[in-house]
Write a protein that binds this ligand. Sequence first.
Ligand code: 1PX
Length: 215
Amino acid sequence: AMAYGDDGHNLREVLATFKSCLDEKSEILMDPYLAGWKGLVRFLNTMGTIFTFVSKDAVAKIQIMEEFRSGPHKESYRTLQSMVSYEMANNLVDMKKNTERPVSGCRTILRLHRALLWLQLFLEGLRTGGADCKTSVVCTDSYNASLANYHPWIIRKATTIAFCTLPNREAFFENMKVGSNEEAVEMLGEALPHIKKLYDITQELYSQHKLLDLP
Ligand code: 1PX
């Protein structure tokens, strides 16, 4: 019963939320996308207070998007695609640094999108890593191949120190609450292609609109 514990951070359900983001037109639905991130934050909050600076930033970005989703233009934020169309058409996306305009949905989602690549690489590393792989190394490599490219030195330093506190692979799998190690590996193998698809569709959308470098 413990293995399927319902304390709010069953990773199988969190990853299934991401799977449910794609609608029939291959558009990405904002609500399950944000719900997926909230689930990841709940998971992160079980990893120790050293990650508080990470979860605070993630929560702040989720909240920005939730405000758009409950504001006067909420229908425009139903999917990532409709958000891009709406914000671009209404000149709401700041292309330069240090201007007074409010933060856009596009730049906010871009930060989560970059973090989704970290997640994909990290989970893939855990899945294929073998019983005695070092999670801190897997995590650092995934970070260096994704988010680190956009973070200033001080954040990279703090992040790398926090990664050293990560538990071993077995403890990670246990914390995922999806059953045995074999079941965890199988669950990741099933879930990761959906995460990758979400990432690829978003990457293509942002690339088409030249939004990949938003400050
Ligand atoms: C079994 C694996 C599941 C683990 C779930 C972990 C969920 C992690 C959620 C992380 C979300 C991070 C969003 C970061 C967005 C970002 O890049 N923000 C920076 C830029 O924002 P700005 O508005 O200024 O342009 C901001 O400067 C970030 C600050 C905080 C540091 C972010 C480090 C992210 C490291 C990746 C997550 C590590 C979690 C490791 C635990 C396994």
